[in-house]
Design a protein around this ligand. Structure first.
Ligand code: HEC
Length: 462
């Protein structure tokens, strides 16, 4: 008897919960949504960062008629969560700048399109959050690089490109952000800073320059680009000071974390900037946005790289036979407490899914990232909202799946053929047609209280 009542109560509770669930999905969705009142704010926040003049997307949505013209496609790509592109699963971990529409926002867009995409009262403000080519704020200095032109049919082309800078005094740099002018051309770029202490380099014009290469940077290329010190030695180098992958947005850490001190004379060098593939004739002229600070860097950041070219082996080795789906993992145990700031999962076109977490010595799991549907076009550097502490003795685990079947729309080979990690010139090949499996963590040594330090962007000053 007692149990019967219990069942009834449970039944009622379950029914109520389910009822609320479906109701809350529709709750807050306006009956007759208009662009000005309801849709513009959603698009301004989630679409205009890319769909604007000179943005990452191929067309602008900055005007109402441009949105109206594409209303049906917009309804489709938002419903399927193809746009805005955000491969990381928001039910697993959250990151700075996350672009994920709520169910309510999606329903609002659907209903608005169904009802004929009405503009409504035209008295509204609809602008991109920022108007300059930066996702941080207006840069203090914009350093130009030489332009690169691709011809139709170019596959992989590698360059070393430099730009020399002269300041009126030593400065601290808080953040660097590489911005291509033509989106989708750069496959990746890795940049260094070369420092020239007073009186060590007089010869040579302080300008830009580039050479095409297949072998990466060496002393000879430094000589060709006139980057050596006057006495012929190699200048001091800040490794991996800036990076670029499609979809990457710049990030500035809190004052004193990361950052560099630079000499009055310094050079920014893209050591292997990888362009292609391209199916049209295109020209790109990238710039490096520089953000200064008066706060000296107090806490250095480091990079821990698992997998290809990194500290840990891939098991089983990264060979993806034709017509097969394979699964690989890589694991590394850290010996000191670290605070993780940013993570970057990296696979090529055969990537299918990615998952990373850490197992603490006590057996607890720390969620890092889960990407259920890998998308080669969107390989963000994901910055946590607050620093994530991983204690000494924890094992960091990354697991990736690769799909070498015809069902994978990004498969570069039709019919599929065996693809693997390939080694050349003492490192792994970075060609888009070879595979890679990397998990890179940017971290700083743990200090008490790090868990509560926010990495969210400061409000941008227009
Ligand atoms: C991070 C940059 C970025 C954001 C944010 C973004 N887009 Fe896109 N969008 C792109 C790029 C790049 C393409 C073209 C390549 C592709 O389709 O992936 C694209 C393509 C599209 C297309 C064409 C798709 C097709 O199949 O023809 C539509 C429509 C679209 N976006 C709408 C939106 C809407 C609506 C939003 C916001 C809710 C949005 N996008 C947010 C970068 C972005």
């Amino acid at each position: 008897m007692k149990y019967k009542y219990l069942y009834i109560i449970v039944f009622v509770l379950v029914t109520l919960t389910i009822g609320c669930g479906s109701e809350s999905k529709e709750a807050g969705v306006p009956e007759n949504p208009t662009f000005g009142e309801h849709v513009a704010p959603i698009l301004a926040k989630n679409c205009l960062p890319c769909h604007r003049e000179n943005g990452a997307a191929p067309f602008s949505l900055e005007r109402f008629d441009a949105v109206k013209k594409r209303a049906k496609t917009i309804a489709k790509v938002t419903l399927n969560r193809i746009m805005p592109p955000w491969p990381a699963d928001p039910n697993y971990t959250h990151f700075v700048g996350e672009k994920v529409l709520t169910e309510q926002e999606i329903s609002t867009i659907q209903r608005w399109v169904e009802q004929g995409a009405v503009e409504g009262n035209a008295n509204y403000v609809y602008v991109a959050p920022q108007h300059f080519r930066s996702s941080i704020r207006k840069p203090d200095l914009v350093v130009p690089f030489d332009s690169v032109s691709l011809r139709e049919g170019d596959v992989d082309r590698f360059f070393i490109s430099k730009s020399q800078v002269q300041l009126n005094r030593k400065r601290y740099i808080a953040a660097l952000e590489l911005v291509p002018s033509s989106m989708g051309m750069i496959h990746h770029a890795n940049g260094h800073l070369l420092l020239y202490p007073e009186g060590t380099k007089k010869k040579g014009a302080r300008t830009t320059g580039k050479i095409e290469t297949t072998r990466g940077v060496n002393t000879k290329s430094f000589e060709q680009l006139n980057l050596l010190l006057d006495d012929g030695s190699v200048p001091m180098r800040v490794h991996s000071a800036f990076n670029y992958l499609p979809g990457v947005e710049g990030i500035e850490y809190p004052p004193g974390i990361g950052g560099y001190e630079v000499t009055r004379d310094f050079a920014a060098v893209m050591n292997d900037v990888h362009y292609g593939p391209s199916d049209t004739n295109l020209t790109d002229k990238p710039v490096l946005n520089v953000f200064f600070t008066d706060v000296a860097p107090k806490r250095a950041t480091g990079e821990l790289m698992l997998g290809t070219n990194g500290v840990s082996k891939i098991v089983p080795p990264l060979v993806v036979p034709a017509n097969k789906i394979t699964k690989h993992s890589t694991r590394y145990t850290i010996d000191a407490d670290i605070s993780v700031l940013t993570i970057n999962p990296h696979l090529h076109q055969l990537g299918k899914s990615f998952w990373a977490f850490a197992i603490k010595p006590n057996g607890d799991t720390i969620h890092l990232i889960r990407i259920p549907r890998w998308n080669f076009n969107w390989q963000y550097f994901y910055t946590f909202k607050t620093m994530v502490r991983i204690p000494a003795g924890s094992e960091i685990v990354a697991i990736a799946e690769f799909d070498n079947t015809r069902a994978n729309p990004y498969n570069p080979n039709n019919p599929p053929k065996t693809v693997a990690e390939r080694w050349e010139f003492g490192g792994a090949s970075m060609r888009a047609s070879d595979e890679m499996f990397q998990f890179i963590l940017t971290y700083t040594a743990y200090q008490k209280g790090d868990e509560s330090i926010s990495l969210e962007r400061k409000k941008s000053k227009p």
